[in-house]
Every structure is written in structure tokens, then in C-alpha cells.
Design a protein around this ligand. Structure first.
Ligand code: DON
Length: 313
């Protein structure tokens, strides 16, 4: 075990070791197929990047290749909602863990249309609804924030993936209408769903996402631009939600095995925050039951074990 910080060369060789380990393990899990445009992604892709607060980035494999970030976008949408709406957001969405799949409607009906947290689909839809009341095109506002945080002006959403999800978004639409029936949805469902699908279809790489999340390891301040993104209290709140709900119903298990605030996406991305040090992002499209990248979990678990960087130590 090596305590952080590591020298750049040590970090590079640790990532290479993890890459070898992941490549030699039997591939488990399934690529997401419920969004047709995601079904054709190469299951053998693997990328891993670590960005540190001192400006270094170390990466292996397909870490520079953009992929569909899907629910990782919910993290940036939440940050934008914290910035623009503030604590009023919590009138509309809770801060509780959930025990069903990310697109389940069970708890939503029982709990009168108030979603458990901003990361289950219903909660992210409420966030999109709130942002739609603030921005003409809330998906563009999320794209703009990610561009600013990563320093990559090329980042955008994939129109084909957005349209593909919109065509099968029956369950998310049902969640939105259910919330509307409980007066917890302000804008037209169709309009918000379109924006939400576009937001989820943003493409970005492990390197960009690790860089773009550094402010969450730095009390809300972007280390390269020194700009305040959110307050230290909001940073604490976002990281706390990532720990309790970042991988939905398996968040307890993820916290037990990894011990970092994380956010997953069905595109196979898994982004983790190492407070005071940096951010780590893995990408591998095969998913477990909760929609989390199997190799991504494996890679983050290895990294934490080798560096002792669990937030609970
Ligand atoms: O709404 C959906 O189902 C997708 N756009 C996002 C789901 C997702 O990424 C779940 N996370 N692992």
C-alpha cells in the first residue's frame, strides 16, 4: 500500500497494472441494450484516467475516447441545479438511498411523487424540470458547464443517441407523468424528456471527466481556473449523495468495496472523487444488475486498495 500522493511515474505504473489485471479477468456483465443506440458499443473497450489537483493526468487504454456518459450527466445537472436553484431543490427531491432499479416507479408512487434522490431517473427528471424552468435549453446549459469544467470546447451530445433513447423513453415518461399527477413537475413532459435524453447523450472521455470533476475534490473550486463552481457545503452534499446513491441500489455495496463518492452511467462510465487529491474515471461498457460498469468497479476498487485513498480512512 502506498499513501497518496504518488509520483507521476508511480501513478502511471499503477494504472498499467490495473489495466493488465482488468484485461486478464474474464469479462462479466452485459452492455446496455434498452437504449438501442448503445447496444452496438464494443464491450472490450476499457479506459482509465486519474486527474490530480496539481494538474497532472495519468491514463491507460481507451481513456481519451469519448463515450455516452448517460447518468454521469446527472451529476453535472445536479451541480448546475445547486448553483442556480440552491436549497429549494430539496423541496422537490429527497436525499435518501433507493432500493430499486434506477428507473423503478415503485417508491415514487408510494412516496407521493417525491423521488428518493437526484440520481434515480425520477429525481434526475425533476432536476431537468427545474433547470428547464431556468434555461431555454437546459441540455445546452449542462453541455456548457461540462465544457467549462473540462476545458474541452468540443464536448457535445450525440443526436442519434438522444433520439434513440427518446423513442423508447416510455418508463421515464411514466415517471414524469406520475410526478405531474402529484404536482411535482412544472413543464410539459415531452419537452423535459427531450432535454433529459439529450443531456444523457453527452459524449465525453475518461480524461475529460476526471479533469472536469476535480472541483468536487477541491471544496467546489476548479483547480485550473480557480473559479468557484459550488460552495464547500454543496460539494459535501453532492459527494454525500454520490456515496449513498451514485450507483443506485448497489451504493451500499459500492461504498463498502470502494469507499469513494462515485457516479455510474449505463454507457459504462464510472467517475470517482478522491477528496483533496483528484478524480478517477473508468470506462468499460459491460454492466452489472444495477447498471454499473463491472470492470469500472474492479478498476476503482484496485486503485483504492493500492493507494489507501478510501474516504473512510
Ligand atoms: O434514463 C435512462 O435510463 C438513461 N438515460 C440513463 C440511465 C443510467 O445511466 C443509469 N446509470 N447507470
Amino acid at each position: 500500500m502506498k499513501p497518496l500522493p504518488l509520483r507521476q511515474t508511480e501513478l502511471d505504473s499503477l494504472l498499467q497494472k490495473i489495466h493488465l489485471h482488468v484485461n486478464s479477468a474474464p469479462r462479466r456483465g452485459q452492455v446496455a441494450t434498452y437504449i438501442p443506440a448503445l447496444a452496438s458499443v464494443d464491450a472490450n473497450k476499457f479506459g482509465l484516467a486519474v486527474a490530480t489537483l496539481d494538474g497532472n493526468v495519468s491514463s491507460v487504454g481507451d481513456a481519451a475516447e469519448p463515450f455516452s456518459i448517460q447518468s454521469i450527466s446527472k451529476l453535472f445537472a445536479l451541480v448546475l441545479a445547486c448553483k442556480t436553484i440552491g436549497s429549494d431543490l430539496w423541496i422537490r427531491v429527497d436525499r435518501m438511498p433507493s432500493s430499486n432499479q434506477f428507473n423503478s416507479l415503485i417508491e415514487l408512487e408510494i412516496e407521493s411523487g417525491k423521488p428518493r434522490n437526484p440520481f434515480v431517473n425520477a429525481g434526475a427528471l425533476v432536476v431537468s424540470d427545474c433547470l428547464s424552468s431556468r434555461f431555454v435549453q437546459m441540455e445546452s446549459a449542462v453541455v456548457h458547464l461540462i465544457r467549462e469544467l473540462t476545458g474541452n470546447p468540443e464536448i457535445n451530445y450525440d443526436r442519434a443517441v438522444a433520439a434513440s433513447e427518446m423513442a423508447v423513453a416510455h418508463r421515464n415518461m411514466a415517471a414524469a407523468y406520475l410526478m405531474k399527477s402529484f404536482s411535482n413537475f412544472a413543464n410539459p413532459v415531452d419537452q423535459v424528456l427531450k432535454a433529459y435524453c439529450a443531456q444523457c447523450a453527452i459524449r465525453s472521455s475518461c480524461i475529460d471527466l476526471a479533469r472536469g470533476a476535480l472541483f468536487l475534490a477541491n471544496r467546489g473550486v476548479c483547480p485550473s481556473t480557480k473559479k468557484v463552481v459550488i460552495s464547500p457545503t454543496q460539494t459535501h452534499q453532492v459527494c454525500s449523495l454520490m456515496t449513498s446513491s451514485g450507483t443506485y441500489e448497489s451504493s451500499g455495496e459500492t461504498s463498502f468495496t470502494i469507499g469513494l463518492p462515485v457516479k455510474s452511467g449505463v454507457g459504462g462510465g464510472l467517475l470517482g472523487i478522491i477528496p483533496g487529491y483528484g478524480a478517477i474515471c473508468a470506462w468499460s461498457p459491460s454492466l452489472d444488475q444495477s447498471g454499473t460498469s463491472v470492470a469500472g468497479l474492479d478498476a476503482l476498487q484496485q486503485f483504492v486498495a493500492e493507494t489507501d485513498c478510501s474516504v473512510f480512512l
